[in-house]
Unconditional design. Structure first.
Length: 417
């Protein structure tokens, strides 16, 4: 009903008619017309026909046999199954026409463009559509708003805007609790979110539920990602002995998956936890060489830079720090590379660095709810102040950290100048 209302609104404004003027033409109040345009009232057939005649609109209802509707439905199936190649093919076909071509289906078309961008990790394109998706989610009926809010949650998960992701998942659940509980993707998004928040128990719970649904629907890509999340959650808990062979098995069995480079990245991380730097560098190199999605590539570059910092190879570390900064993939990694650069340069004891950390970087991670990065900043500042014999300030920062980051070795290798 919302799309019909938007079509009426579009043609009314095109004819420079007010709500009152259109209402007078068709024999109804301005308030009734307003409710129809907002998707809050489903008018009887004779009323729609009167509006259609007044505005010279050929049709006001979905035609499920219409080629555009058929193509949008087919595209949605490919998006839901994470079939990037097929989804991209539909995307390119749809791009041949202006948005006005989809007048009756505009909001659906733009939602699917948004979802396709997220599927392909084209974050910049997705970001350009966020305002429209947010506005539409507020206007459509609750049951229709579910898909908009769930997609927004995934966007913010990918952006590491964890507070916003949590909010939109809650809103999506309120929109339609029954669909939410039976939606494997919703559980997967929660699993990823809780993993990033270091809440591994809840993450494993939702990943396990997601696996059940994806097995039933034979959604292999999301099934694989759900299994990867379970393994990721084992690594910080010291279970690398089981995580590494499990990742190698997934890699061997899924060579053509969209998640292949991500598995290589997680393998690199697992080997780093075991201090096996050669193996870690091997897999991060594989991940970088095969990855052209900037939002993933930046994470792989950071891990490789961090590994070179740990083994004392400043030259290579600086190469990857510089490469990561050139990608310009948002504040999170800009700040991470900035911190790593100052550690390598041994300039993290400078007042300008400490002030940027306190007034800008920490505030940013507080706003996004990124607990892992926030803890790293607290521990780093605690160590800096301790080495400078500012013991009270040092204790304050250590106290705020909710988990221990082992950066003592890192800073011992690169003492403050």
């Amino acid at each position: 009903m919302y799309e019909i209302g938007q079509l009426i609104k579009y043609h009314r404004k095109k004819m420079n008619l007010t709500l009152k003027q259109l209402g007078k033409m068709v024999g109804y109040s301005a308030a009734a017309i307003s409710k129809i345009e907002a998707g809050k009232y489903n008018p009887p057939k004779h009323m729609l026909e009167a509006i259609q005649k007044a505005l010279h609109i050929k049709e006001l209802v979905y035609d499920k046999q219409h080629p555009v509707y058929v193509k949008l439905s087919a595209w949605q199936k490919e998006i839901a199954q994470n079939n990037i190649a097929e989804s991209t093919e539909y995307y390119l076909q749809m791009q041949q026409y202006p948005v006005s071509f989809y007048t009756n289906y505009e909001s659906v078309y733009l939602l699917q463009r948004f979802q396709h961008s997220l599927l392909c990790f084209h974050i910049e394109e997705a970001a350009s559509l966020v305002c429209h998706i947010q506005e539409t989610a507020l206007r459509v009926p609750q049951q229709d708003a579910y898909h908009y809010n769930k997609s927004l949650a995934f966007f913010y998960v990918l952006q590491d805007q964890l507070k916003n992701a949590h909010i939109y998942l809650r809103v999506a659940k309120r929109s339609d609790k029954n669909i939410f509980e039976e939606d494997g993707a919703a559980h997967l998004y929660q699993a990823i979110l809780y993993s990033k928040m270091e809440n591994y128990i809840d993450s494993n719970h939702h990943a396990s539920i997601a696996i059940k649904f994806f097995l039933e629907s034979m959604n292999n890509e999301n099934l694989l990602l759900s299994r990867i999340i379970l393994i990721i959650n084992d690594i910080p808990l010291g279970k690398t002995a089981s995580a590494i062979p499990a990742l190698h098995k997934l890699l061997e069995n899924n060579r053509n998956s969209i998640h292949t480079t991500f598995i290589q990245y997680i393998l690199s991380l697992a080997y780093l936890f075991e201090n096996n730097y050669d193996a870690s560098l091997k897999h991060s190199r594989e991940a970088i060489n095969k990855e052209d999605r900037k939002s993933l590539r930046v994470a792989y570059l950071y891990l490789r830079a961090f590994t070179y910092v740990l083994i004392g190879n400043k030259d290579n570390a600086n190469v990857y720090i510089s490469g990561g900064l050139k990608l310009k993939q948002g504040k999170k990694y800009d700040y991470k590379f900035y911190i790593l650069h100052h550690i390598v340069q041994q300039s993290y004891g400078e007042e300008s660095f400490k002030q940027k950390m306190k007034k800008e970087i920490i505030r940013y991670y507080q706003q996004t709810g990124d607990k892992a990065e926030l803890d790293f900043c607290y521990v780093l500042l605690g160590k800096i102040h301790y080495d400078q014999q500012h013991y009270k300030q040092s204790a304050d920062y250590f106290f705020q950290a909710t988990s221990k980051h082992n950066i003592a070795k890192l800073l011992t290798m690169y003492p403050q100048k």
